[in-house]
Design a protein around this ligand. Sequence first.
Ligand SMILES: NC(=O)c1ccc[n+]([C@@H]2O[C@H](COP(=O)([O-])OP(=O)(O)OC[C@H]3O[C@@H](n4cnc5c(N)ncnc54)[C@H](OP(=O)(O)O)[C@@H]3O)[C@@H](O)[C@H]2O)c1
Length: 178
Amino acid sequence: MVKKSGVISAIGAISRNNMLGLAGWLPWDIPEELAYFEQTVAGGALLIGRLTYESMEVVPEDSFIVSRQRDLVLRPGCKRVDSVVQGLVQASATGKPVFVIGGASIYAAAWPYCQRFLLTRIEGIFAGDTLFPESIPLAQWSVVSEIKKTYLEKKTGQAVLCRFLQYEQAAPLALPDL
Ligand SMILES: NC(=O)c1ccc[n+]([C@@H]2O[C@H](COP(=O)([O-])OP(=O)(O)OC[C@H]3O[C@@H](n4cnc5c(N)ncnc54)[C@H](OP(=O)(O)O)[C@@H]3O)[C@@H](O)[C@H]2O)c1
């Protein structure tokens, strides 16, 4: 996939029952889906919610962590931002493609500014505690590509269909001058 600077994309994966997370991590164990995520965001500037940030083993440089905690201590290469919009403005200023990687509250606030949503639909039902926000009107976006792959889900030992979808939003909001 071509990585265009200036483009703001959201990226995430959800199950058929709209789950995003379980106990601070993903509800499923599908290494190939995780590898797709890592390859896609490599070289980008990331916007990350504080809980998602804390769940990640490796956080690349030019990561912007959304948190209200002014005294938050972060790993090298990471910067705290007060709000999603502030994070999007600062991530865009790096000149790199911007990826909004969640969690739920970050997707919910960032989607109006996103040109693309790279969403993997994992066609299984999984237990979880974090839902994909219902407020994101993806049904009104265009699906511009879809790739289907079947992988082994390692917790259940079952094969699961993964649909790698790229949605595009016709008229995303412009970022404000902060
Ligand atoms: N399936 C996927 O693709 C995917 C993607 C990402 C995450 N996840 C999963 O989702 C779960 C975490 O998601 P989550 O929604 O619970 O948490 P999150 O969005 O990662 O982080 C929430 C935190 O972000 C900060 N925050 C959120 N909105 C803010 C705002 N408007 N202004 C300032 N700060 C704000 C707050 O931090 P402070 O409390 O520090 O103020 C809040 O506690 C985990 O299980 C993770 O593994 C899944």
